[in-house]
Design a protein around this ligand. Structure first.
Ligand code: G1P
Length: 286
């Protein structure tokens, strides 16, 4: 079965980005001229997925407002002859079929994903973590859905990280079965450098089979007292094998201050309108 649905968990507090995230969803932090979550929705659309569930928490209404119509603004732009801006604004509200559900308690990523159970039903689905942006020739999620079409099994998107960074990620213990593809033997959520079975890290992109929900329901709180998706994936792996796919592309952690700045600079340098002037400016200060 083709992957037609996607889930974006966006209920986290964004504590790594305080105080900005005190009153503003971290997913709405702007990279150049659009919020981070816009890029994620675009990635899904480019991968042919238009039914998207965003899992929100309290104080996340801004996300729903962003993807909604803005009749007054649209009218103002139209009447003011700002056709291009009008089209841009209007297009955002028609980008995809976006649905919302609230995670009432912050009990971890696994718990957030469980909120998508009714929406997903009995289908495979893409899961995309809002903090992670991936710039790639073939959209990252498309790379994973292509792998899913071949293996019809849960696929986790991974990339290698520096050894000293393993404690920030879910880490894969795997055996390479083909170029860029590992059969998963084990998974550990944010291990210490000593405990880490490898430096192959989960990078916020997954294609999951719907049996993940049963596994999440069986998962006890793990690292940080939270229900970890990585632990549920371990249970799933014990029942039926799952794979980790090393996708092509540059991944940015926009939930982190330095990662966010790097993303801002690199996306600006790729922006047609800004790149020349911005590059010239950077040269003058470095
Ligand atoms: C989550 C996952 C982790 C993964 C990471 C990728 O952690 O639990 O396995 O490696 O996203 O960004 P978080 O960064 O939300 O704590």
């Amino acid at each position: 079965m083709k992957v037609r649905k996607a889930v974006i968990p966006a209920a986290g507090f964004g504590t790594r980005f305080l105080p900005a995230t005190k009153s503003m969803p971290k997913e709405m932090l702007t990279i150049v001229d659009r919020p981070a979550i816009h890029y994620n929705v675009e990635e899904l659309i480019e991968a042919g997925i238009e039914d998207i569930l965003i899992i929100i928490g309290r104080n996340k209404e801004e996300i729903a407002n962003y993807f909604d119509r803005s009749p007054e603004l649209e009218l103002l732009l139209k009447e003011g002859g700002k056709e291009e801006l009008y089209e841009l604004t209007e297009r955002i509200s028609n980008m995809a079929n976006i649905h919302y559900v609230r995670q009432k308690d912050a009990k971890g990523l696994g718990h957030a994903v469980l909120c998508a159970k009714t929406f997903v039903g009995d289908e495979p689905f893409a899961l995309l973590l809002g903090d992670d942006l991936v710039h790639a020739t073939v959209p990252c999620i498309k790379q994973l859905t292509d792998m899913y079409d071949k293996y019809e099994s849960t696929i986790i998107g991974v990339q290698t990280v520096e050894k000293n960074q393993v404690n920030k990620y879910g880490i894969v213990d795997g055996v390479k079965v083909e170029d860029h593809l590992y059969e998963v033997k084990g998974l550990v959520e944010k291990p210490s450098v000593e405990e880490a079975p490898s430096n192959v890290a989960i990078m916020g992109r997954y294609v999951l089979t719907p049996d993940i929900f049963e596994m999440i329901e069986k998962t006890a709180p793990g690292k940080g007292g939270e229900i970890q998706l990585t632990d549920a994936l371990m249970l799933l792996n014990e029942e039926k094998g799952i794979y980790a796919f090393e996708f092509e592309g540059k991944r940015y952690d926009t939930g982190d201050k330095l990662g966010y700045l790097i993303a801002t600079v690199e996306y600006a340098l790729r922006n047609e309108e800004l790149s020349t002037d911005f590059r010239d400016y950077l040269k003058t200060i470095i």
